[in-house]
Design a binder for this molecule. Structure first.
Ligand code: 13P
Ligand code: SF4
Length: 300
C-alpha cells in the first residue's frame, strides 16, 4: 500500500484532520486536508470537528492548535520541528520589558512559545499585525519576537513599537543582492516579500504579505511573473493554484525544521497517537485569550 493510502485509511479510523503549513514539502501538502498560513491554520484548528489534529508544521503552530483545542488530541509528527525564531524569545525578557514600559501593551507574533504567549495581551500573524496593533488601547506596544515584522508594521501604524531583536534565519537568507540578481534575469517579475524579510528587501518589494496573501495576490494580479520572497516550498502551492503564472524562488530560503515532517512520521503518529502536543493547562489557559483575541480580529 502506498503511504498516501495508508494515511487516508488511518485518518478515517482516527477521525483525524491533517493541517499543513505552506512550507511543508510538496508530498505533505498534497495529502493535507488544509494547507495555509499561520492564521488560516489556527482558524481551521479552532473550527475542526475531528477528534485528532495532525499538525504538519513547526512547534508553535502545533502548540497553538492544542491551546485552542484542549480537549482534542493534537499530534506533532516530529517534535524536533521547532522554529528558531520562536526560541529567541524568553519570559524573563518580556517581564523585564513590561517592568520598564508598564503602560505598553504586549503583542506576541504567533511564532512564540505558549509561555511567551501567556505574557501577551494579544497575538498576531504576518497577515494581521498592523490591524492587531491598531486595535490596542495603548499608544505604546512591545512586539515579540520578530524585529523585521515589527519594523514592517511600524511603517503603517502611528503607535510606537518596542521591538524584540529576534529574526528568522530562513528569511535572513533572502538578500537584496539575490533579489537583484533574479530581477536582472527577469526584469518584469513582481517581488512578493514576506514581512519577516529584512527592511532593505521590504524597501524594494512590490507587495508585502503573509504566505496566504501571496496566493491571493498572484491570483488577482494581471502580472504573470513573480519573485517569491519567502520559503521555497511556497512555490508548490502557488504553481498548483495559479498554474498559468511563473514563480521564481530565492535560493537558500529553506526552513530546515519544516522539512522534518515526513509521510512516514505522519503514519507513525496516526498509528500510535504520539507524539502528542502537551501544554501545561495553566499556561494554556493564559495563552488562549491572546490567541482568541487574534482570531476575532481576523485577517487585515
Ligand atoms: P505565515 O503566517 O505567513 O504563513 O508565516 C509563518 C512563518 O513562520 C513564516 O516564516
Ligand atoms: Fe520559523 Fe522562519 Fe521557519 Fe517560519 S521560516 S517557521 S519563522 S524559522
Amino acid at each position: 500500500m502506498r503511504p498516501q493510502e495508508r494515511i487516508e485509511e488511518l485518518k478515517r479510523a482516527r477521525n483525524a484532520v491533517i493541517l499543513a503549513h505552506n512550507y511543508q514539502v510538496p508530498e505533505i501538502q498534497d495529502i493535507a486536508d488544509y494547507v495555509g498560513d499561520s492564521l488560516g491554520l489556527a482558524l481551521q484548528a479552532s473550527q475542526t470537528e475531528a477528534d485528532v489534529i495532525v499538525f504538519c508544521g513547526v512547534d508553535f503552530m502545533a502548540e497553538s492548535a492544542k491551546i485552542l483545542n484542549p480537549e482534542k488530541t493534537v499530534l506533532h509528527p516530529e517534535p524536533q520541528a521547532k522554529c528558531p525564531m520562536a526560541a529567541m524569545c524568553s519570559v524573563e525578557g518580556i517581564r523585564m520589558l513590561k517592568k520598564d514600559f508598564p503602560k505598553a501593551d504586549v503583542v506576541a507574533y504567533v511564532n512564540t512559545s505558549a509561555e511567551c504567549k501567556a505574557e501577551a495581551d494579544v497575538c498576531c500573524t504576518s497577515s494581521n499585525a498592523v490591524k492587531v496593533i491598531d486595535s490596542l488601547e495603548s499608544d505604546l506596544v512591545i512586539f515579540i519576537p520578530d524585529e523585521n515584522l515589527a519594523s514592517c508594521a511600524q511603517r503603517d501604524t502611528d503607535k510606537d513599537i518596542i521591538m524584540w531583536p529576534g529574526y528568522c534565519p530562513t528569511h535572513d537568507a533572502i538578500t537584496k543582492e539575490k533579489i537583484e540578481a533574479i530581477k536582472k534575469e527577469h526584469p518584469q517579475a513582481v517581488l512578493l516579500a514576506h514581512p519577516e524579510c529584512s527592511p532593505e528587501v521590504i524597501d524594494i518589494a512590490d507587495y508585502v504579505c503573509s504566505t496566504e496573501g501571496m496566493i491571493n495576490f498572484a491570483k488577482a494580479s494581471d502580472k504573470s511573473e513573480f519573485i517569491v520572497g519567502t520559503e521555497t516550498d511556497m512555490i508548490h502551492r502557488l504553481s498548483k493554484e495559479v498554474p498559468d503564472k511563473t514563480f521564481y524562488p530565492v535560493k537558500g530560503a529553506v526552513c530546515p525544521t519544516m522539512k522534518l515532517i515526513t509521510l512516514d512520521n505522519i503514519i507513525s503518529a496516526l498509528e500510535t497517537l504520539t507524539p502528542e502536543v502537551i501544554v501545561d493547562p495553566e499556561i494554556a489557559e493564559r495563552a488562549r485569550e491572546p490567541l482568541r483575541r487574534m482570531l476575532e480580529i481576523g485577517r487585515a
